[in-house]
Design a protein around this ligand. Structure first.
Ligand code: AMP
Length: 535
């Protein structure tokens, strides 16, 4: 299939948008994208039968971005969606694809204050993504005008009709200029959709993708090449960077499962085991906690996992390469169910590479190698997560009580500086921009295993060696004092466990200590230090 696929460049997409797609990790078009992008760019109307997971958002989002004239700040593109969640998701996706073309876009949906939407519209917006009811309200109030609209998309049209939006949609379509193009996307094409299409679309071309092609892009398969002894550290970084909603990690043996669960718990992750020695009753309790999101990570053997009704997970992580391709397929099939997406990540030791290649040949697909995330990536991800939580609040509608205070402060101070001060307070004032909610929380919570948090001003480091490696507290004091050039008395509490340790150091010099320890050995063991996670 890949051989006959066109590239994004061959579909006539501009360099700026291609850069946006590369940033998103899209390498080649999905079948629906391949079929629709050129048609839409050339100006045809289409009716496309496509489900979530097919890549439909980019299938209409890319041509829409390409058609926008950035100099004209009136709405030129309009996407109608059935729900507020979808509107936000589509707006975010198009924003990301179009970011190198300076396209402005805003979601407009019921439940958000009119004022905020109105202000956004006044600033000038190229693409409006919204639910039909709210958009119609804005039209009636005269706060939105579609005089310059060139391209309209009806996304999940069957859903919109089911929700009773047909009259609103007709009202909106009647108000856009005659010289517009319409693309209708729908999972099913019942007669009412066909009728809507006949009434508003011009010689629409009908596109559909078969269900099978959905599974291809919905599981992203990647691997990291990692020596066995570094797998635990790399796994920790992956969990921090990916921040999975729910993950299952597969190991080969029961012992591997137990050891990994212990190590993860020691690092503050809520992980629980599933294997043959765990009683049925215990398993059910574990699964319940996992479903209720009290546990982030299940660690399982293949055999134990097979008979179980494990809920859909966002990430499947293979801690080792499974012995046969069937079991690989089985494992990764735990994610991306019901048209959702999922990630399958495999940690591959150098001697497991041959086995991985064999799996690739059997499943007929290349698994992409990724660079192991660095500590800087982990930090960047935390910063990003913090940023996203702010953006989410901005999209929400619960800010009113705080605006009063901001207004008050704004009489005296610059709003940007007010925001910076608020972020400083929210992140504990650690300086490293949003030196992360994670780091701040560490001071409030008790750490896994030892029952106490770090002292104020101190930060707790997780170090990958412990009693079993023969280390004693003095070894850490010596190594840290020597390597990072600080006085021994500046080092705080040291807690030794069998396979790992926690050491407190002053927050301000933590990065220096982490870097310095990375170059050293203690009792002949290479050392890796990381800022410890809260439980
Ligand atoms: P959608 O059907 O638009 O909801 O997209 C489903 C998922 O596929 C989203 O997570 C997209 O980010 C992703 N996606 C869309 N197009 C591509 C592509 N060409 N390559 C890789 N992932 C894609």
């Amino acid at each position: 299939m890949t051989a006959t696929m066109k590239s994004f460049a061959e579909l006539g997409i501009s360099a700026e948008v291609q850069r946006g797609l590369t940033d998103l990790g899209y390498e080649e078009p999905t079948p629906i994208q391949e079929q629709t992008i050129t048609l839409l760019m050339s100006g045809s109307d289409i009716t496309a039968q496509a489900q979530t997971g097919s890549g439909k958002t980019a299938a209409f989002g890319i041509p829409m971005i390409e058609k926008i004239d950035p100099a004209d700040r009136r709405p030129q593109g309009l996407v109608l969606c059935p729900t507020r969640e979808l509107a936000i998701q589509v707006a975010d996706a198009i924003h990301a694809m179009g970011k190198h073309r300076n396209i402005t876009i805003t979601p407009i949906y019921g439940g958000q204050p009119y004022e905020r939407q109105f202000r956004a519209l006044q600033r000038g917006i190229h693409i409006v993504v919204g639910t039909p009811g709210r958009i119609m309200d804005h039209m009636r109030r005269g706060t939105i005008s579609f005089d310059a609209v060139k391209f309209v998309v009806l996304d999940e049209a069957d859903e919109m009709l089911d929700m009773g939006f047909v009259e609103d949609i007709e009202f909106i379509l009647d108000a856009v200029p005659d010289e517009r193009q319409i693309a209708l996307f729908s999972a099913t094409i019942p007669p009412r959709i066909a009728a809507l299409s006949r009434r508003y679309l011009r010689d629409p071309l009908r596109i559909s993708v078969d269900r099978d092609s959905l599974t291809v892009p919905s599981i992203t398969q990647v691997y990291y090449e990692v020596p066995n002894h570094a797998k635990l550290d790399v796994l920790g970084r992956i969990l921090d960077v990916e921040d999975p909603g729910a993950a299952i990690i597969f190991c080969r043996t029961k012992r591997d499962v137990d050891e990994l669960v212990q190590s993860l718990q020691g690092r503050g992750y809520s992980a629980e085991p599933i294997h043959g020695d765990i009683t049925q009753q215990q398993r059910e309790r574990t699964l319940k906690r996992f479903r209720d999101k009290q546990t982030d990570v299940l660690v399982a053997t293949d055999v134990a996992a097979r008979g179980l009704d494990i809920p859909d997970v966002s990430h499947v992580i293979n801690y080792d390469v499974p012995d046969d391709p069937d079991s690989y397929v089985h494992r990764i099939g735990r994610t991306a169910r019901a048209g959702k997406e999922g990630d399958a990540i495999t940690l591959v030791a150098p001697r497991e590479l041959r086995q991985l290649r064999f799996i690739e040949r059997t499943i007929g697909k290349r698994i992409k190698q990724l660079r192991v995330p660095t500590l800087a990536d982990v930090e960047a991800r935390r910063r990003q997560a913090f940023k996203e939580s702010i953006v989410k609040e901005l999209h929400g509608d619960a800010l009113a009580p705080y605006l009063l205070l901001v207004d008050e402060l704004a009489e005296e101070f610059d709003p940007v500086e007010i925001a910076a001060a608020a972020i400083k307070i929210a992140t504990g004032g650690t300086g490293a921009a949003a030196a992360t909610p994670e780091v701040k929380r560490r001071n409030d919570h008790t750490m896994a295993g030892d029952g106490v948090g770090a002292e104020p001003g101190m930060i707790r480091l997780f170090i990958n060696i412990g009693r079993q490696d023969g280390v004693r507290p003095g070894d850490f004091v010596g190594a840290i004092a020597n390597e990072a050039g600080i006085a021994g008395k500046e080092i705080g509490a040291i807690d030794l466990f069998d396979t790992y340790s926690f050491v407190e150091v002053p927050q301000a010099i933590a990065p220096r200590v982490v870097a310095a320890l990375g170059h050293t050995t203690i009792r002949g063991r290479a050392v890796n230090a990381e800022i410890a996670r809260p439980k």
